[in-house]
Design a protein around this ligand. Structure first.
Ligand code: NAY
Length: 296
């Protein structure tokens, strides 16, 4: 089974000022992330605006990241779609293009309201790339799914042969821990809430996927390092820096703000697509100042 380790960046998808793909910027982003100590790439997830891209754009983005990464770190492609036919097409494409792992959300417009139906959806997507490890992407805040994730895992382990992991993007640490217990080493359970990484480490997390690992990975590496040395005071201090940063970014259109921060750091990512708002020029200048005030 696949096992992810350390920080996995949920990558931004570079666009120009019109919101069209600017895939030449993928390589510099990947270099920057690997230099920062990121140990994996999660492509076309929430952060990468996967749901705001066409299927053709998702394939092109996937190929650009696979080429830029050139096999250096595990690369996961998120293929969730309201059309399961498109999800299957994307899964098959990702596997053929050389992705290490396929991952998908559930369909979220019409909901899978019971566990057997959701398992059927997951099995359908995972079977499109039967030899590629599959991680289910649990992000109830976005999908609106109310299915009990712990019970879903129990059923999924039985019924989906290539289900080997879960991306747990919620804030319930007790539930995250219960997922690990149910997985019992058979599934890799990865945490997705950056501002709670320290708590997740305490429950046994060994990998985390998130948006802010694109810009402040060194802070999180220090959290992990301090945790391993049992220096919880230092670990808490570093986590608090991440919390302050995320609280600040939440006063802006969040992902557009991080794209602007990447631009300030020399890796321009352009704008986000609607319905995510772009920053006004006024917001661009206050963000620059706010980041300086945080020492970033
Ligand atoms: C993805 O697919 O882009 C992710 O991994 C998203 C993870 C993010 N969670 C949500 C709800 O979007 O990184 C987190 C999040 O942006 C961070 O914790 C700040 O709140």
């Amino acid at each position: 089974t696949a096992r992810l380790n350390g920080l996995i960046a949920a990558t931004y998808t570079p666009m120009n000022t019109d919101g069209d793909l600017e895939l030449a910027q993928v390589a510099p982003l990947v270099e920057r992330l690997l230099d920062d100590g990121v140990q994996g790439l999660y492509v076309c997830g929430s952060t990468g605006e996967g749901m705001s891209l066409s299927t053709a754009e998702r394939k092109a983005t996937t190929e650009a990241f696979i080429t830029a990464n050139a096999g250096r770190v595990p690369l996961i492609v998120q293929v969730g779609h309201n059309s399961l036919a498109d999800a299957r097409d994307l899964a098959q494409h990702a596997a053929q293009a050389g992705a290490d792992i396929v991952s998908a959300t559930c369909p979220s417009y019409f909901k899978a309201n019971d566990i057997p139906t959701l398992v059927e959806c997951i099995a359908d997507i995972a079977a499109a790339a039967p030899n590629t490890p599959f991680y289910y992407y649990h992000i109830p805040g976005m999908t609106g799914s109310t299915i009990d994730i712990v019970r879903l895992l129990e059923a999924g382990i039985e019924q989906v042969p290539n289900l080997v992991g879960l991306k747990y993007t919620d804030t319930k640490l007790f539930e995250f821990q219960a997922c690990q217990a149910v997985a019992d080493g058979k599934l890799d359970i990865v945490f997705g809430c950056d501002e709670m990484l320290l708590g997740a480490l305490a429950t046994g997390a060994t990998a985390a996927i998130g948006s802010t690992y694109n810009v402040i990975a060194p802070i999180y590496l220090r959290i992990i390092e301090a945790f391993v040395k049992n220096d919880l005071t230092a670990a808490r201090e570093e986590q608090m820096r991440s919390i302050e940063f995320i609280r600040l970014m939440n006063t802006y259109p969040f992902h557009s703000g991080i794209k602007e921060m990447l631009r300030l750091q020399g890796v321009p990512m352009g704008r986000c697509r609607l319905p995510q708002q772009q920053l006004t020029s006024e917001q661009c200048s206050t963000l620059k100042q706010d980041l300086q005030d945080l020492g970033l």
